[in-house]
Design a binder for this molecule. Sequence first.
Ligand code: HAM
Length: 431
Amino acid sequence: MASEFRRTVRGMRDLINEEAENLRFIEQKARKVSRLYGYKEVVTPLVEHYELLAAKLGEENRRRMFVFEDLGGRKVALRPEFTASVARLVATKMQSAPRPLRLFSIGSLYRYDEPQFGRYREFWQANYELFGSNKSEADVEILALTNSLLKEIGLKSYFFKVGHVGILRSILSHDGIAEEQQNSIMQLLDKKQVDIALETAKNAGSSKSSLDTLETLLNIKGRQSDVVISEIYEAVKSYSEALEAAGNLSEIITMLKAGCVDADLLVEAGFARGLEYYTGLVFEVFVVDMDIAVGGGGRYDRLIELFGGGQVPAVGAALGVDRLSLALQKQRQISQRSEERRILVVAVESSLFGQAFKISNMLREKGVIVELEVMRRSVSKALSDADRRGITHVVIVGSKEIKQNMVVLRSMRERTQEIVPIEHLFERIMQ
Ligand code: HAM
């Protein structure tokens, strides 16, 4: 057999030690935030019909799907995101669920992206969708929830890039440019290919004044949102629908600030996304010094209708778990968590294993992480191994001490040891 199989498939990773721990740490925080905001978890399949996943995903993303035919001849694909699956649920099994409907998902996704720093072919997202409200309050909730999660995991120095695809699209619609062509233009803007985007708009029939307006918009951005918003109003003053979209963006930002959400916002009038389903607010979260987005989302009011579920407005966000983990490592937030105690309990001789076992369980019941020596190694061997395993304290159960209800407690960091009564063991470890 070729040796190739000993390596993971390109773009796929094994997560070991801290990588796996970090994934679960972020997952646990993401689930906590979902509960705090009233989002119910749904579990959807990894494999879906290609047509469902491909709808409104955008040309670029569509080309990067893992597509195959199953043994029954169905054209299926591995999910590249959660939004389509959750929207399918809402359009079918959850059609009569009371609104608003708040749904949370977490799991692995698959995109045939070119592997590089923070870009994998299998990655994880924590995904939140809010259905049933077309009001700014819902957009604000999604932004605030995203901010809460980032705070909860201890991320620092991040900012939200926000825009509104309604502003750009309504200028293109004004000149009768078809949705398909608008999608290509949005895709080009997303990839920062501004000149080609404007050229495409021109060829599709954009008037001179619309092209000028688009060009002006593409240069409007900044952190002082009231200034940016008034510049947008000025730029689009002769386009009534674009004005309405700008008003919506302005309301979202004002409400967010009124709720004292102190997120750093970079408002960009020309910000577009490759995902075609977005109809309103769009945003991405970036970490300073990291060039890749750790999350993204926005409003998509027409996807459920496309899936036959009637008119259900929606807004959502997805956080990239792998990228959050990278950002935390970069900011050294994760290592601070390793303050926690890890205990190894060793019986000096096998007849004392029962006592060692009891002491381990007593500590575990108090929430302490305990490994028990199960290889009958000598204390010295177990101690030298404990260092490599990140053990902070070793409890040595010896016959002399145990007769007096005592054990030896060794601190691996300070290289000191003392004899401690079992009843005070927990307190000594936690000191
Ligand atoms: P997205 O912007 O395509 O949005 O992905 C969200 C996040 O997933 C990205 O910001 C990034 O952190 C992570 N991500 C995407 N691709 C990769 C990759 N190849 N490797 C590692 N991480 C990656 C969506 O997926 C939308 N469904 C979000 C949404 C939910 N919109 C409304 N509701």
